[in-house]
Design a protein around this ligand. Structure first.
Ligand SMILES: [Zn+2]
Length: 213
């Protein structure tokens, strides 16, 4: 006698490795081997996956820490974030010097030339006087005050970036050879806007020392 046939069927997810490679694992903070894992639903008969159905998902798995990530982690390059930081503080250095120049009212020829020199020596990037003039006129029209600008950009700068911005501001204040009391006060307000205390500010100025003359 043969009893009633019991057919056991169902579906389940099956995880397979579709690719391997190396990536920058955000968790390990280093280059590591990864596997691209794909989960697909299979039709099973007697618990054996027979027929592939829909794709349930794909992810990247770090072989070292087993951290899992969306596929776009493969495009993550720590260098790109550094470049963005660099671009931000180069912009801030230029902007703070222009706003310092405007603080006494005028777009002065000698000061524009000095801004270009300081910017080039501190950033290693070229800067022409026309760009400085245009940016200065935009700032003048928009009525941007240097401290307000710095307060708004402080969150986008890291500590070395903030120090570079203060050095640039100090350099332009010293460009005429005199560190006038009102320039000193303005620099202190700039530092405060960036979250730099007066002791740290003195340290930055001391470290800059005779570099500007
Ligand atoms: Zn990892």
């Amino acid at each position: 006698m043969v009893g009633p046939q019991l057919i056991i069927y169902g579906t389940r997810g099956v995880t397979t490795t579709k690719d391997k490679g190396e990536f920058h694992c955000p968790n390990c903070g280093d280059r590591q081997p990864y596997r691209l894992r794909r989960v697909r639903r299979f039709f099973t008969l007697y618990f054996i996956p027979l027929i592939p159905l829909d794709k349930l998902g794909e992810y990247i798995e770090c072989d070292v820490c087993n951290g899992t990530y969306e596929l776009d982690v493969l495009e993550y390059e720590p260098g790109a974030a550094d470049a963005a930081f660099e671009a931000e503080f180069h912009f801030a250095m230029r902007r703070v010097m222009i706003l310092m120049m405007l603080a006494d009212g005028a777009i002065d020829d000698a000061e524009v030339a000095t801004i270009c020199q300081i910017y080039q020596s501190m950033s290693g990037q070229p800067l022409d006087e026309l760009t400085v003039r245009q940016e200065a006129m935009q700032c003048q029209q928009a009525g941007i005050a240097v401290e307000q600008y710095l307060a708004s950009t402080a969150g986008k700068l890291n500590v070395p970036g903030k120090e570079m911005v203060i050095k640039a501001a100090y350099a332009i204040a010293m460009a005429d050879g005199v560190y006038a009391p009102e320039e000193q006060q303005l620099l202190e307000r700039c530092a405060r806007a960036l979250g730099i205390g007066s002791r740290q500010l003195s340290g930055i100025i001391a470290s800059f020392g005779g570099a500007v003359a």
